[in-house]
Design a protein around this ligand. Sequence first.
Ligand SMILES: [Zn+2]
Length: 105
Amino acid sequence: MGKRTHATLDYYNTPPAMCLRCGHLCDAATLVGKGGSPCPGDVTVCIACAHVMAFDKRLRLRDLTAAEIKEVKQDDKVTAVRCGILLKIATDPHWGGEKKRGRAQ
Ligand SMILES: [Zn+2]
């Protein structure tokens, strides 16, 4: 997992995996609120649709457990990231999410 920098954000390549909700290819992660590379159990948010998932032990994407869902709902950082992505989806017609694929709910 190589560390790369884009603008002012550090991000890491992750094993290519599809978002469990929209099918967007997720192959990198930007770290929020902690240092180091992504670890198993870390929460991640799909950049295309704001779906919240976690990395499994091989850094592939998995659904959250019931306990993790409860925890994530109280995490301001996750909420802030989700809000930013949802705002982008709502205001940018070129954003690569469900709307672009005609799968809006
Ligand atoms: Zn997605």
